[in-house]
Design a protein around this ligand. Structure first.
Ligand code: FAD
Length: 492
């Protein structure tokens, strides 16, 4: 069947929507992307101020081949559009006793660092942990991530049956924290590997030990940074999409989507449009509540606990700190308490873990000479909007922590400041409660409960993006777009 007369409307021009549009174009569809904002990119936004450039959202970039794949699909050389460098230190971890561990993706260097600072046993345990992480990813992770979500009907499928020995292990019974406790035995290492729960906005004290496969995608496969910043990921993909013939319509307000006899009717800016298929590349809760107006589906999926949101300061800093790496974490004293505050008490952590990202460390043009662009983030409960008093408190706590570590008077170094909170994330990107990754992965089988890439009730409607299967974060969002295009492709 030829698709050249078939239309697909994609809702949302974030990374997921752009990636899906390119893939669907390659299948021959006439593709229109509808975006409420005046530009594409969603959370991958950027801004410039007083000679500083800031990426507003994501900063950690792994699996660059998932971006390259889209250019190769269109017979283009990715390097003509998008360039990145490998960044060997995945993260520098700072502890309250002022010690620091630099995690290098080069195993020999990591071994040396850990041997000197924590001893041979800890170094050995860490490398063994990373080997197991790789094994779990290869044996079960790839299977679940690269395909539509497995459901009850798949339980006896051969491809799944052969994976049970790897799936039904103690990792599944344990939480990530319990798994780390058993396998690492060192408090600092446990906190470092617990932190991977935050990669999808969850708690290591609730999510399954199977997520111990996540560090594989950073420590074993490497960390990278785009030469022109994170925004260049969507800049280059948008260019590719336009070249391939995708039509983008900005500042479009979708009022309604209705099923028609052979497709869908959409009301956009008061006008009626028809589409054969629709891809929802926005938060599915927002879609059910505000576009499909289906309270049943909205209530059903709202039951799942939201992932965390974040509060980000963007600071132009006069001189900064020479020790700053691209990614720096300043851990709280009591991680369990911090996650209880985030998920149980739903309040700002009294002693928050602080993430400092300084892209000007690798991309000098991101800050004036001698200065640094600081992206400083703490996790917050979804929907939590700090008042001005609390914002002052957060600023003060960050300054005190950095003063303690580097003896720097941060507040006197700030040339200008902007911030992003749950409320702005929601209004700018449509993410309900500003949750960064949709539903959290808190719970032993949360991955199987995540919203799928289509629903039985509405054939012809597909879902991709950070709130649905296989998960949030750049590589998974790109995979969701691929799964959707494969599902649509198979239907032909
Ligand atoms: C502060 C922060 C830090 C993060 N850090 C990382 C990181 O380090 N690494 C990582 O991999 N990931 C990170 N993430 C997550 C990552 O940004 C997301 O998983 C990813 O960008 C989601 O892409 P998306 O296309 O699914 O959604 P979005 O980027 O949210 O795009 C959705 C698009 O749809 C549009 N839209 C919404 N509603 C409508 C509507 N009604 N009509 C039309 N258009 C609409 C929005 O305007 C937006 O353009 C971070 C996110 C944030 C906010």
């Amino acid at each position: 069947m030829n698709n050249s007369d078939k239309t697909v409307f994609v809702i949302g021009a974030g990374l997921a929507g752009i990636a899906a549009s390119i893939r669907l174009r390659k299948l021959g569809f006439i593709v229109t992307v509808i975006e409420k904002n005046s530009t594409y990119g969603g959370k991958l936004d950027e801004f410039n101020e007083q000679g500083f450039r800031f990426d507003k959202g994501p900063s950690l970039f792994t699996s660059p081949e998932s971006v390259d794949e889209l250019f190769l699909l269109c017979d283009k050389n990715p390097r003509d559009y998008f360039n990145y460098k490998s960044h060997p230190v995945s993260c520098s971890y700072y502890f309250k006793d002022k010690s620091v561990l630099h995690f290098n993706t080069d195993k020999q260097k990591l071994k040396e660092e850990l041997t000197v600072k924590l001893g041979t046993e800890s170094a050995f345990k860490t490398l063994t942990y990373l080997e197991r992480s790789k094994e779990t990813y290869q044996k079960i992770g790839e299977f679940f991530i690269d395909r539509p979500q497995a459901g009850l009907k798949d339980i006896f499928r051969k491809e799944l049956l052969i994976r049970y020995p790897h799936f039904l292990t103690s990792k599944l019974r344990k939480t990530l924290h319990q798994y780390n406790l058993t396998n690492l035995r060192n408090e600092k290492l446990i906190q470092i590997f617990d932190r991977y729960a935050t990669y999808n906005g969850s708690s290591p004290f609730k999510m399954s030990g199977l997520y111990s496969m996540v560090p594989h995608l950073e420590q074993n496969t490497g960390t990278y940074f785009p030469e022109k910043g994170m925004r260049s990921i969507v800049d280059s993909l948008y260019k590719l999409a336009v070249e391939e013939g995708v039509e983008f319509r900005f500042e479009q307000n979708i009022q309604k989507l209705m099923k028609s006899d052979n497709g869908f009717n959409l009301v956009i800016n008061g006008q009626l449009y028809n589409a054969d298929k629709v891809v929802c590349a926005i938060d599915h809760l927002h879609f059910y509540r505000d576009i499909l107006s289906d309270s049943k589906l909205f209530n059903y999926y709202s039951k799942y606990e939201r992932s965390t949101s974040g509060f980000v300061f963007y600071w132009g800093i006069k001189k900064g700190i020479p020790e700053a790496g691209l990614h720096n974490i300043f851990f709280s004293e009591n991680y369990k308490k911090e996650f209880e505050e985030l998920f149980k008490e739903k309040k700002l952590p009294a002693d928050p873990t602080i993430y400092l990202h300084v892209s000007s460390v690798v991309n000098k043009a991101d800050a004036p000479e001698g200065a640094q662009n600081w992206f400083v983030m703490i996790n917050t409960p979804a929907g939590y909007v700090p008042d001005s008093n609390e914002i002052n408190q957060i600023r003060k706590k960050i300054a005190e922590r950095l003063q303690m570590q580097f003896n720097i008077d941060v507040l006197s170094e700030i040339i200008f400041e902007k911030y992003w909170s749950a409320k702005q994330i929601e209004s700018e990107t449509g993410s309900v409660a500003g949750a960064l990754y949709g539903a959290s992965s808190n719970g032993k089988i949360s991955a199987l409960k995540r919203h799928g890439n289509r629903i039985k009730k509405i054939p012809g409607l597909y879902f991709c993006g950070g709130t649905v299967h296989p998960g949030g974060g750049i590589p998974l969002v790109l995979k969701s777009a691929k799964i959707v295009s494969e599902l649509i492709g198979h239907e032909r």
